[in-house]
Design a protein around this ligand. Structure first.
Ligand SMILES: [Zn+2]
Ligand SMILES: [Zn+2]
Length: 141
């Protein structure tokens, strides 16, 4: 999984092994959020619903088997994506590498998981800049 430069320091030296253990041994190669299989091309509807070819059923964004209501324009909405699992930190603390804090997530689940945290960080950064700007009459005031 890609590790952002500023985070690299916090990852344990055996991160690749740890990440592989979580993704392929514990999660058996399937996203722990929605069940999508690593490395495979899956059809999905863009809202989390995806076609589980192994069982011939649709699943929702949490991996539950669903039946599509008739009238859904499947061909008009279906897209294909290759699933790539990454190990994510549930609490966003990259120094907390206990099994309970790690999750094998596909791109979609990872993005959804990270979204509030990114928003929080962005806001904090802006706030800090603005506070400094107020203090020093800088460009963000
Ligand atoms: Zn997923
Ligand atoms: Zn993340």
């Amino acid at each position: 999984m890609p590790i952002r430069r500023e985070h690299r320091f916090f990852y344990p030296i055996d991160w690749p092994q740890l990440s592989a253990l979580i993704r392929f041994e514990r999660a058996r190669g399937c996203c722990e959020g929605c069940g999508r299989p690593h490395g495979r091309m899956v059809y999905h509807l863009g809202d989390g619903r995806w076609w589980d070819a192994d069982v011939g059923r649709w699943r929702d964004g949490r991996g539950r088997r669903i039946r599509l209501v008739s009238g859904v324009d499947i061909l008009g909405h279906a897209r294909r994506t290759r699933v790539v699992l990454a190990a994510a930190h549930r609490d966003h603390d990259t120094a907390n590498n206990t099994g309970a804090n790690l999750a094998a997530f596909c791109q979609r689940c990872h993005m959804i998981h990270d979204r509030p945290e990114h928003r929080r960080r962005r806001w904090r950064t802006l706030f800090r800049r603005k506070a400094l700007g107020d203090l020093f009459g800088g460009p963000y005031a």
